[in-house]
Design a protein around this ligand. Structure first.
Ligand SMILES: *[C@@H]1O[C@H](CO)[C@@H](O)[C@H](O)[C@H]1NC(C)=O
Ligand SMILES: *[C@@H]1O[C@H](CO)[C@@H](O)[C@H](O)[C@H]1NC(C)=O
Length: 148
């Protein structure tokens, strides 16, 4: 039974089927998150290998209207937020059709490039998407481990 469970989990992981992650909501106010996926991440905390681009898919619904949306990503260590530069910070170029409508559901798609020069450490990834008012459409956090 155990072996079967393990092989099913391995098969799902190998197939790259994105399982929704457990995440901490860090103050989504103008939206509500229904699902966060980081792929591939078969087991949590996510092991992020250097030199790999991870895909991020956040499904959320908006409680407001907004012309635009901007993402901010941080690496959090010892309660300090270190800004992480995104190649594409414009949420409207990441799977979201803008203007954002109240009550609609969206899937935000971006990638998380893990550069080879990053240190091998544990940290918390914090991802925010801000609306026109600078309020958070979503904010989620997950612990990760960077590894070679
Ligand atoms: C990751 O993305 C960057 C920037 O788009 C690209 O230059 C690089 O080749 C990608 N790396 C891999 C392993 O796909
Ligand atoms: C993003 O996640 C949603 C919810 O699971 C899913 O319906 C959608 O197909 C995903 N999009 C991509 C491009 O993986």
């Amino acid at each position: 039974m155990w072996a079967l469970t393990v092989s099913v989990i391995l098969a799902l992981g190998a197939a790259g089927l994105a399982e929704p992650l457990k995440f901490l909501d860090c103050g989504s106010k103008d939206g509500s998150i229904s699902e966060v996926n980081v792929s591939p991440c078969p087991v949590q905390p996510c092991l992020l290998h250097k030199g790999v681009n991870y895909s991020v898919n956040v499904t959320f619904s908006s409680k407001i209207e907004s012309q635009g949306s901007q993402a901010k990503v941080y690496g959090e260590m010892l309660h300090v937020d270190i800004p992480f530069p995104l190649e594409q910070p414009d949420g409207c170029k990441c799977g979201i059709t803008c203007p954002i409508e109240k009550g609609r559901s969206y899937s935000y798609l971006n990638k998380l490039p893990v550069k080879s020069e990053y240190p091998s450490i544990k940290l918390i990834v914090k991802w925010e998407l801000l609306d026109d008012e600078g309020q958070m459409l979503f904010c989620w956090k997950i612990p990760v481990q960077i590894t070679s």
